[in-house]
Every structure is written in structure tokens, then in C-alpha cells.
Write a protein that binds this ligand. Structure first.
Ligand SMILES: Cc1cc2nc3c(=O)[nH]c(=O)nc-3n(C[C@H](O)[C@H](O)[C@H](O)COP(=O)(O)OP(=O)(O)OC[C@H]3O[C@@H](n4cnc5c(N)ncnc54)[C@H](O)[C@@H]3O)c2cc1C
Length: 427
């Protein structure tokens, strides 16, 4: 069966696809793939831009292995294939919410955790940092239960391991009592945001901005916890999001492709009308927004204190080169953690995401951005496009060699590697 990722950039023709519904089915799939000499890649919802899930061997999808296993106070143990979208109402039925979420909720929870998926927020880490325990099926087909006390090394390594140490069967997440959020988007000049963002980010639970690089203004978006009841605006929000965000981005993006000279005016127009007013709703409904226009993306995490300098450097690059890009650049904040391969390992970070429409050649733009991110010791989002080598990773991640050694011990035959990953871990 053919497989492609969300953006269509990555394609694969796996020899076998396993879709178990129970943990015993996961262990059986791993053992069988091994016996047949097939490499095995586990896939979530296919929303990574990098070739993490590409394989011509065995592909393992846990889409049938979903739902909540147990809830104990704020801790919810969930099956690894549960999508974040399915998880929202299930958690709410237990009076819980995730502490934070990213822009979409289509990902499988294990897929999101596996790459260090994050939202934005004062003192809030990535989803992987909310994991307190897991069950992992190893390359031998055994199951290891890990948490900070029982298997401290594996616990620190596996929470961001993109399916290279084993297959999560279940994950235990540290959740929050269910809450509502007030979302507000306003348009501000970029210069003002560059000065005020640190103060603004302190004043809100979640703050981020979308900068249209050809306009001097940004859409500044905040989310704050509230006791207010959801208003009628919650019914309008999805419609507005479809029309204003997706429809407008699609139309303007295509127009700027047909008439590149219009990219500047269209960017300015998009930024000017990008303020979306205010809405209140349950957290799991406010965090995600529909993303219907297909694109490719690169994202790097830089030390938080260098984030706005990095944006200023990108602005200088646009001014100097006259490059025309319609798609907005997203800026968010993520708290540090202790996970070995997390982009946020040991440092509070600002993430900067750059995009191009799926039909555009992203390579020259992303290469130029990657050079700027390198000036700030940027670390890539593992699910988003990057060109790092094993040597680059060893420089950027203090625990890289330790991770590689643990990986080799757990998976000596390279069952969980594909070409992309062999380049990173065996290169
Ligand atoms: C439109 C869009 C919006 C996005 N928004 C955000 C955002 O706001 N914030 C952000 O940080 N990222 C974002 N991303 C990136 C996305 O969250 C990550 O790439 C995420 O890993 C995708 O999850 P998935 O379920 O699709 O996993 P996949 O892409 O299918 O897999 C990701 C990795 O997880 C591994 N994996 C999957 N299941 C398991 C398992 N059971 N055990 C072990 N490993 C497993 C896979 O092997 C793979 O290495 C976005 C992507 C898209 C396309």
C-alpha cells in the first residue's frame, strides 16, 4: 500500500503494514518484521515533513490502538495511537485537559510526543515533557515500563526518540483540571512586537505571533485561561478560520504565485485583516485551528533570549535579498526540559517556523533560513525539514553520543532505522 505524508513530500511503498489493536499485536508485529529481515517504522498520523516514517520494509500504524486506559488524579494513561483530537473529549469526560497543545490536533499522541511537538506558553514545555511514564516495545519484542524512577536513562531518552528506540504502546500524561481559554488576535507593527514581546509573553498564558515577512506587521495571538462561559463566537470561530485563514491564505498564495509582484501588497493586506477578535471555548477546541492549505515547513528552536534577534536577522535578510515569500513566519516560546534529544533540552527556547506552499520549491529559502538559525545555535524540530548531519547533531545536543549508544544497545541490528535515520545515527 502506498503511503504519503500530509504535505505529499514524503512517499513510501512499505512491503507490509501492521495495524494492531492490542499491545500483543505490537509485539507480534515487531517480532515478525525482525524474523522476515524487514526494517520497521512506526507511523502516527503522517504529519511530519521529514522522512521519519518512510520505509520499504514494515510500517506499523497504531490507529486501531486508541483510547484511555486509566485515569489516576491528573495522570491519564492513553493508548499510543489516540489522536489528540479524540483525546480532548475523552480527557474532558474525566475533568482533564492537556496542559498545552500545538496548532493542530490531527497527530497521534505518540507521533506528537515522538518529535517534541509543542505549543507556546509561559513556562510550558513540549508535549513530551508532559509524559510521566510509558510502555515501550523494544526491538526484541519485549515490553519495558519506564518512568523517572524505574528506568531513568530510557525515560530521559525515549520521550523524544521518533520511533528509533522502540514503539510506545501507552503513554501516561500529566494533565490539568479541565479549563477554558479566551483567544484574541490583534494586528501590531513588527517593530513594536520586537520591543514588547517579552513583556507581553509574561502577561499571557500563551502568546505567539505570525509575521508576514513582506509586511511590517504581525498578527499577535494570545490565549488566556478564563472562567467565562463560551459565547456564540465559538460557532463562528471555525467558519472564520476556514474563510479568513485557510481561504485567504490559499487565494493570496496562488495570486502571489501568478503575479509575484503582488506578494508585498497581498502580505500587507493579509496582515492588516488578520486580527480575529476574541473567542472563548473549551481549551481542546481553542488550541487547534484547521490547516487545509498544504505546505512544507522548517522550524528551529533557538535560545529564548536570542529569538527576537533571530527574527531581526531574518528581516534584514529579506530586505537585503528582496526575496518574496507570502507565507507567515510563526514565533512561539517553549520551556526547557531534560529530554536528551528534545530541541528544548536545557534551554528555554523560541521556535521560529518558516513555510512554503506544497507546490513551491522550499529549498533555497529554507537553506538561507537554516544558515541564520545556525548563527543562533538553533536545533531543528525533528518532524520539520532540516539538513543536519550526525556531526551537527553531536555539536548541538550534549547527550547525542549517549543517546546513540543507548540506541545501539537496544536495537543492535538497526530494526528501527531507515535511510534518513541511519544517516543521523550511523553517519
Ligand atoms: C499542519 C501541521 C501543523 C503542525 N503544527 C505543529 C505545532 O503546532 N507544533 C509542533 O511542534 N509541531 C507541529 N507540527 C508537526 C507535527 O506535530 C509533528 O511532526 C508530529 O510528530 C506529527 O505527529 P504524527 O502523529 O503525524 O506523527 P508521524 O509524523 O506519523 O510520526 C512522527 C514520529 O513519531 C514516531 N511515532 C509515531 N508513533 C509512535 C509510537 N507509537 N511509538 C514511538 N514512536 C512513534 C514516528 O516513527 C515518527 O518518527 C505540525 C505539522 C503539520 C503538518
Amino acid at each position: 500500500m502506498d503511503w504519503r505524508n500530509w504535505s505529499g513530500l514524503q512517499r513510501a511503498h512499505p512491503a507490509t503494514v501492521y495495524t494492531p489493536a492490542e499491545e500483543t499485536g505490537i509485539t507480534a508485529a515487531v517480532r515478525e518484521a525482525r524474523a522476515r529481515g524487514l526494517a520497521l517504522r512506526v507511523v502516527g498520523s503522517g504529519h511530519s515533513f521529514t522522512p521519519l516514517c518512510v520505509t520499504d520494509g514494515a510500517q506499523l500504524s497504531l490507529r486501531n490502538h486508541a483510547g484511555i486506559v486509566a485515569v489516576d488524579g491528573p495522570k491519564a494513561t492513553v493508548r499510543a495511537g489516540t489522536t489528540i483530537r479524540t483525546l480532548g473529549p475523552l480527557l474532558r469526560a474525566h475533568g482533564l485537559n492537556l496542559a498545552n497543545q500545538g496548532d493542530i490536533d490531527a497527530q497521534a499522541i505518540a507521533g506528537a510526543v515522538g518529535t517534541g511537538t509543542h505549543g507556546t506558553g509561559r513556562g510550558l514545555g513540549c508535549l513530551s515533557s508532559q509524559v510521566t511514564a510509558f510502555r515501550l516495545v523494544t526491538a526484541c519484542g519485549d515490553v519495558i515500563e519506564a518512568d523517572a524512577a524505574r528506568e531513568p536513562e530510557l525515560f530521559q531518552a525515549a520521550r523524544v526518540s521518533f520511533g528509533t528506540l522502540g514503539v510506545f504502546s501507552t503513554l501516561t500524561l500529566d494533565c490539568r483540571p479541565a479549563y477554558s481559554l479566551r483567544e484574541e488576535s490583534v494586528v501590531r507593527p513588527l517593530d513594536r512586537i520586537l520591543k514588547e514581546f517579552p513583556t507581553l509573553a509574561e502577561a499571557h498564558d500563551h502568546a505567539e505571533f505570525f509575521w508576514f515577512p513582506m509586511a511590517d506587521s504581525v498578527v499577535f495571538k494570545t490565549l488566556d485561561r478564563t472562567d467565562a462561559a463560551p459565547g456564540l463566537g465559538r460557532y463562528l470561530r471555525p467558519v472564520k478560520s476556514m474563510v479568513l485563514e485557510n481561504g485567504a491564505i490559499w487565494a493570496m498564495g496562488n495570486l502571489s504565485r501568478l503575479a509575484p509582484g503582488l506578494t508585498g501588497p497581498l502580505s500587507r493586506l493579509s496582515a492588516a485583516v488578520g486580527g480575529g477578535g476574541a473567542h472563548v471555548d473549551q481549551a481542546e477546541r481553542i488550541f487547534p485551528s484547521p490547516r487545509l492549505v498544504r505546505f512544507n515547513e522548517m522550524e528551529y528552536a533557538v535560545p529564548a533570549e536570542q529569538g527576537l534577534d533571530c527574527i531581526a536577522e531574518i528581516r534584514d535578510w529579506f530586505r537585503k535579498t528582496g526575496t518574496r515569500v507570502y507565507f507567515p513566519i510563526e514565533y512561539r516560546l517553549v520551556a526547557k526540559d531534560d529530554i536528551w534529544l528534545s530541541p528544548f533540552h536545557g534551554r528555554d527556547s523560541a521556535t521560529i517556523s518558516v513555510h512554503r506552499f506544497a507546490h513551491e520549491d522550499f529549498r533555497p529559502y529554507f537553506a538561507a533560513m537554516e544558515a541564520i538559525f545556525a548563527n543562533h545555535k538553533g536545533r531543528p524540530h525533528w518532524g520539520k525539514l532540516h539538513n543536519l548531519t550526525a556531526a551537527d547533531c553531536a555539536r548541538l545536543y550534549p547527550e547525542w553520543d549517549r543517546y546513540r549508544d543507548l540506541r545501539r544497545r537496544l536495537d543492535p541490528t538497526g530494526l528501527f532505522l531507515n535511510e534518513h535515520l541511519r544517516g543521523l545515527f550511523e553517519g
